[in-house]
Design a protein around this ligand. Structure first.
Ligand code: NAG
Ligand code: ZN
Ligand code: ZN
Length: 348
């Protein structure tokens, strides 16, 4: 495969990932789990029992129970990128006269990102508790569309406040539930959506900045090598000037780790930028991923041709109320960054 084909495949894969993430965030049955179950069923007769048990156990541990695996993976990947940046790119950049100030930006971003990451992990997303429920119930009125009054959670034995949902991984009900994020091993809800948004943006900034610095370094390396002016003799004895493909091949061979890292960073950047934009959009229209996913069922077949016959259309779809919840951008953002606190009743 030549480079252009590879690049096209890469772009298609990234775009597909972005679309899938947007489409299926906040949904429990993802195509991934469906595919996994399917593969599991197909290979089941050929695999020993203990292996089946083991893989089910791992899957359960990883995706259906709280665990820190993805936090460790996150730190590991980040550590690898920063090690590569510090030990290889940094030195090259210094030689190319990049200022120390711009080279220190990734480290500043790392500190900022770690701060928000920590808050996402540690902050209570807004667990519905016996003590706080009275206050939590009064925050949002029931819309009688997605959330109905008087419904209680069977597991928690508490009335479900409007906009809340029971998280099966954490086994608790969470106020203004958005989704459960395995990367921070926590639910994203009323009290930590702001940190989650800031975390997403800081990861994007981090990946983007290191990618720009690395790209700049490679660009200067090519300029210095004089490859752009170079030429070679092809198999027919003709003189050919080295084209861009030649340059890319040269970079791959000279700086394999750096080029690989750049590819990884671009992948992360585009994926997370899409995801961050999707979450910004949701914040701006006062919706959670959970509500966004649920309310899609209310669209009529007209505008949603793939909807099945039994889809929810009972309250006649009203397109003018697509942003039913929104009371203006400024107020929506205020609600994310200064979430209403449940007033606790003092029992004395
Ligand atoms: C967001 O939507 C809820 C309805 O679920 C509503 O009660 C609340 O007032 C809305 N907030 C803003 C700022 O529009
Ligand atoms: Zn519950
Ligand atoms: Zn959760």
């Amino acid at each position: 495969m030549d480079f252009l084909t590879l690049f096209a495949v890469y772009v298609v894969v990234v775009l597909t990932c972005i679309i899938l993430v947007c489409k299926y965030s906040g949904q429990e049955q993802t195509p991934f789990s469906i595919l996994f179950n399917f593969v599991g069923k197909v290979v089941a007769p050929f695999t020993p029992k203990w292996l089946q048990k083991f893989s089910q156990w791992t899957l359960h541990k990883l995706f259906h129970q709280r665990n820190n695996m993805f936090i460790y993976l996150h730190i590991l990947l980040e550590g690898a990128v920063y090690a590569e940046f510090t030990y290889e790119v940094f030195g090259f950049c210094r030689e190319m006269d990049t200022t120390l100030t711009s080279l220190s930006v990734p480290y500043v971003l790392l500190v900022i990102k770690t701060f928000f990451f920590y808050l996402c992990i540690r902050r209570d997303p807004g667990t519905v508790t016996k003590k706080k429920i009275a206050g939590q119930l009064s925050i949002y009125p029931y819309d009688r569309r997605l959330f109905h009054p008087g419904v209680s959670c069977e597991t928690c034995q508490l009335i479900k406040p409007a906009r809340s949902k029971h998280c099966r991984v954490c086994n608790r009900c969470v106020q203004r539930f958005d989704h459960h994020c395995v990367w921070v091993n926590n639910c994203i809800g009323a009290q930590n959506t702001r940190y989650f948004l800031l975390y997403l943006f800081s990861v994007c900034a981090m990946a983007g900045d290191i990618a720009v610095l690395t790209g700049d370094m490679l660009f200067h390396a090519v300029l210095r090598s004089g490859l752009l002016r170079a030429s070679y003799i092809d198999e027919f004895g003709q003189q050919q000037s080295a084209g861009p493909l030649f340059v890319v091949q040269h970079l791959f061979l000279t700086f394999p780790r750096i080029v690989f890292m750049l590819g990884f960073l671009l992948f992360v950047f585009f994926l997370l930028a899409g995801y961050a934009l999707f979450h910004s959009y949701l914040s701006l229209v006062n919706q959670t991923s959970n509500e966004w996913y649920k309310s899609r069922g209310y669209m009529c077949q007209h505008c949603y041709p793939s909807a099945t016959a039994d889809h929810l259309c009972s309250p006649a779809p009203d397109h003018s109320k697509r942003y039913y919840y929104s009371r203006g951008l400024r107020r929506n953002l205020k609600e994310i960054f200064f979430p209403p606190q449940p007033i606790q009743k003092k029992d004395n």
